[in-house]
Design a binder for this molecule. Structure first.
Ligand code: GDG
Length: 488
């Protein structure tokens, strides 16, 4: 991280002041969202509350060392907040008009790219107006990045919402180093090829020096798209484009395992985990699912498997499933259909199998503070992650990080990035309902010794490969001159 490890010349702005003058930042993060949420104080004044996530905690040390700035959408369709300072970070809040929110965010991002990149689990929609909005919004983010970046700065662009930004920045600034990380899968070529603007997207990404993906298979899919869409030659993980070399490789993202474990170890959180089990009427086995309510997460297959297990009486009478389904993208049609499907399935299971006061499914369509999440992870004997397609799945890693007593079992879909790393899990093909049922039964009846052996393996992986390791290895590779890249 050479250019970023020197102390910045520009003095950091004081809290409450505007961000640093344009062009001063040697490290620029460009992400679809800011790491803070806008709220209104008691007097109606705007306040920015940190929205803590792995990404910001991983990047915070680099941001501080290198006079970094974070460019992202503020989360509403009001005027763009512009540069400001909050939570001790320099931020630039981008705006989306109501039309851009509809065409760019809900349209091209959530109803074109999201289903396309998740193996068309839902049919993607292609609309030229949405694409035009995608180009316009990407251009505004690129312009903001160019304005903030110091000479020879490092710019790290995140995710599928901003795939054109690398090229748009490079056109204006040959001096900067550009990294891009894709948080979701990159699809196989036959699927990607459906995108009417596939060439523009590949060219947009190729503006970066280094492209990071969750899994090796995603990087391979991207390299194939370069060959097929742009006719470019690739060698190993490198694409040659004119006199430049672009690298595409796997950098599996992770979590801040240590701080989550600290939360799980708190007396108050352990007490709360006990209360949760008590409120569930002290069952023998608690199964847990925590997902955004998204069709990629395989909630219906999980409910189907569980319902059949109850009908076949294969789990014993004192088993419950707690399913947290965090509200998500509620205005997009496919998400409304999914919510109805999930809620119908939950009602059917409870209708068929509940006794008064003890439903077999506890369904929670709400979001919770981090402490409550940790208590839920602690209260669960078996964690169910049955995604049909998932870039990584941080929930699986969070469960492992919280199980400091090495108990518990994880049922994990093969179609998650986490499956490449968590070899102690019961791996399942979520489309294979019989296989899924068998895995749930095995996980629910695991011996304490076997559980400990599996959990220890997973905890070692997650603690050694945490989110700081991820950020360091990506930025470390990005900072190296092309000839000195390590074998990835
Ligand atoms: C995308 C990719 C990739 C959920 N409900 C609550 C809550 N959460 C937190 C979880 C976890 C995060 O949200 C969800 O992360 P996932 O990785 O499971 O899934 P996506 O949201 O789809 O994320 C994914 C990820 O990007 C990172 O690259 O792994 O594949 O799809 O951290 O804990 N947090 C709180 N309350 C909730 O109710 N506090």
């Amino acid at each position: 991280m050479s250019p970023m490890s020197e102390t910045a010349d520009a003095a950091a702005a004081e809290p409450g002041n505007e961000g640093e003058a344009a062009g001063c930042h040697r490290f620029v993060v460009v992400a679809s969202r800011l790491p803070v949420d806008r709220t209104e104080g008691p007097g109606g004044q705007v306040e920015w509350r940190p929205s803590p996530g792995g990404l910001v905690s991983a990047l915070e040390p680099v941001m501080r060392e290198a006079a970094g700035v974070w460019i992202g959408w503020s989360g509403d369709t009001g005027p763009a907040p512009g540069p400001f300072r909050a939570n001790d970070l320099d931020l630039v809040g981008m705006g989306l008009s109501p039309e851009q929110f509809r065409d760019y965010y809900e349209g091209f991002c959530n109803a074109t790219l999201w289903p396309l990149y998740h193996d068309v689990i839902a049919p993607p929609e292609f609309h030229r107006r949405w694409w035009d909005a995608y180009v316009t919004v990407n251009r505004s983010f690129a312009t903001a990045a160019v304005a903030q970046a110091a000479p020879e700065a490092t710019i790290w662009v995140h995710d599928y919402q901003l795939q054109l930004v690398p090229q748009m920045v490079r056109e204006q600034r040959a001096d900067v180093r550009i990294g891009f990380f894709n948080h979701i899968p990159f699809p196989g070529y036959e699927i990607f090829a459906q995108l009417p603007w596939r060439r523009q997207v590949v060219n947009g990404l190729l503006g970066a020096d280094l492209l990071g993906f969750q899994r090796r298979a995603d990087a391979t899919n991207f390299l194939r798209a370069c060959r097929r869409t742009a006719g470019l030659a690739t060698r190993g993980s490198t694409v040659r484009i004119g006199d430049r070399e672009v690298r595409a490789a796997a950098f599996p993202i992770s979590i801040d395992a240590q701080s989550l474990e600290q939360i799980a170890r708190r007396e108050s959180v352990r007490k709360r985990a006990g209360e949760i089990r008590m409120a569930l009427d002290e069952p023998d086995t608690v199964l847990l699912g925590i997902d955004r309510l998204d069709y990629t997460k395989g909630i219906p297959v999980r409910l189907r498997a569980y319902g059949e297990l109850l009908r076949e009486a294969r789990l014993g009478p004192r088993v419950v499933l707690v399913q947290v389904a965090t509200p998500s993208r509620e205005r997009v049609g496919a998400y409304r259909v999914l919510r109805d499907e999930v809620e119908l399935a939950v009602s059917r299971i409870n209708g068929e199998h509940a006794e008064v006061g003890s439903p077999p499914v506890h369904y929670l369509h709400q979001s919770y503070p981090r402490e409550e999440m940790a208590a839920l992870y602690l209260a669960a004997d078996v964690m169910l992650v049955t995604s049909l397609r998932d870039g990584m799945n941080l929930v699986a890693k969070e469960y492992v990080a919280c199980r400091y007593d090495e108990s518990g079992a994880l049922v994990l879909s093969e179609f998650t990035g986490a499956a490449d790393e968590l070899s102690g899990a019961f791996l399942v093909n979520p489309h294979d309902i019989e296989g899924l049922k068998d895995a749930i039964v095995r996980a629910a009846t695991i011996s304490p010794g076997e559980a400990r052996r599996r959990m220890r393996l997973m905890r070692k992986r997650v603690s050694e490969h945490d989110v700081a390791h991820w950020a360091e290895s990506f930025l470390g590779t990005l900072e190296r001159p092309p000839g000195t890249w390590p074998t990835l």
